[in-house]
Design a protein around this ligand. Structure first.
Ligand SMILES: Cc1ncc(COP(=O)(O)O)c(C=O)c1O
Length: 417
């Protein structure tokens, strides 16, 4: 069972909440991202409940899924936003998030992005190098502002996860090395247009073992004490995101309360407000990617393929991270068949499942690629001239189209001949 039960069989048809996925495919076509609003809300509540005893502020990391309606759903619950670019800041503001509930991250912010964040009045910018601190200071001066800044620490903790999503290790580009901190603190003292208000870290994504957070938080707390001793008034400790979800029922994620049980006793005595930046945890299991089986074929070795109308252009995670996604048929089938489920893109990495027991569905039937809410639609591309799919948000029996399918005209609209 995946973390959310909002996708379930109603009789023989897979549904999202009260909406039949077969009906949604008839109305909106495929490929289609279908998101359950209740599942988003449930995940947020589970997260908030786990950390209830700790004064904190949760900022949804919009990179996981930046659809305006999804950002708005969280904002209406009181959640802030973590953004990583001018584009994500624009999205958060468009979704109605108040700027003082937005924190701005990113290892390579351009001057115009820093200016945009300062002019918008975000809660803070997270600086990742000495050079960036100088740049923020200069731009703030030019705009007649004082920039509220957190420094992102690289705690040199190598969390066990996919190597492409570990970020708290010294060999990675992220954050400021502990060894550099004396220089950083000395610099901040000299910079007239910067106010240091936070210490920040983010050690990676899909981290199952709370001990990695414990190790990194210990380092952050040592730095908190050092910065206090130097006279800085630190208002926020940002622990980052990275909390895990279940993609494969055989590998269930560590419940969020286990992270809270370890972190709350460490953080509560500091009296400092804690920021969390969950992305995946809030959205991964709230969506499916609905796709139609175009063709079934079997080669001379007896290998079976389901060729579907979605591919790595809509969900690149299997190709990029070798990720597992459960696959269910929209019409329930008792029998399974060992097959590869592949997309139409001309790359061998364009698959959703390899040599997997999948429902023995027929050509023309629908499959749901489960847990497609995080790092899926946001990473979609036009490769092979593909159109980005439509997205719908379901709440009970109410269905809202929250992103239209792209058109051929949109594919060429920015090109000049
Ligand atoms: C700085 C920062 N915060 C938060 C997140 C969200 O991580 P997750 O989706 O694993 O919670 C990321 C993801 O890469 C990140 O880089």
């Amino acid at each position: 069972m995946l973390d959310s039960n909002l996708f379930h069989y109603n009789g023989t048809t897979l549904s999202c909440d009260e909406a039949s996925l077969a009906e949604l495919a008839r109305t909106f076509g495929t490929p289609l991202f279908v998101t359950s609003a209740k599942s988003l809300i449930d995940s947020y509540r589970v997260f908030e409940l786990a950390f209830d005893a700790l004064p904190h502020f949760t900022c949804y990391s919009v990179k996981a899924n930046f659809n305006l309606s999804i950002i708005k759903t969280f904002a209406e619950l009181g959640c802030g936003c973590d953004v990583n670019s001018g584009g994500e800041l624009f999205r958060a503001l468009q979704a109605g998030v108040s700027p003082n509930r937005i924190i701005f991250a990113g290892v390579g912010k351009k001057p115009e992005e820093i200016a945009y964040a300062l002019e918008s009045g975000v809660l803070m910018l997270k600086a990742e190098s000495l050079s960036e601190l100088k740049a923020i200071n200069q731009i703030a001066g030019e705009h007649g502002k004082t920039a509220s800044v957190a420094i992102r620490i690289n705690p040199n903790v190598t969390a066990e996860t996919h190597p492409y999503i570990t970020t708290g290790d010294s060999k990675e580009k992220f954050g400021i090395d502990e060894a550099e901190l004396p220089e950083v603190f000395a610099l901040i003292r000299q910079l007239q247009n910067i106010r240091l208000i936070g210490l920040d870290m983010h050690i990676g994504s899909q981290i199952f073992d709370p001990e990695y957070y414990v190790a990194a938080t210990e380092k952050l707390l040592t730095i908190l004490n050092a910065s206090k001793a130097l006279g800085f008034v630190i208002e926020f400790l940002d622990i980052g995101g990275g909390f895990p979800v279940t993609y494969d029922p055989l590998k269930p994620a560590t419940p969020i309360r286990h992270f809270a049980e370890k972190l709350i006793p460490m953080l509560l005595p500091t009296g400092v407000k804690v920021i969390f930046e969950p992305g995946r945890f809030l959205v991964a299991n709230a969506s499916v990617l609905l796709t139609k089986i175009l063709y079934k074929k079997r080669n001379h070795t007896g290998k079976e393929f389901f060729v579907v109308d979605a591919g790595m252009t809509e969900l690149i995670r299997p190709a990029l991270y070798q990720s597992h996604h459960e696959i269910q048929s929209v019409t329930r089938h008792e029998n399974t068949i060992i097959a590869d489920v592949v997309g139409p893109v001309c790359e061998s990495s364009d698959f959703f499942a390899r040599h997997r027991a999948v429902p023995d569905a027929q050509e023309g039937e629908l499959l749901a690629v489960m847990s497609s809410g995080a790092y899926a639609a946001v990473m979609s591309s036009n490769y092979n001239g593909r159109l980005r799919p439509a997205e719908v948000l379901v709440n009970g029996s109410e269905v809202k189209l929250v992103r239209k399918r792209e058109t051929y005209e949109q594919l060429v609209q920015n090109e000049l001949v």
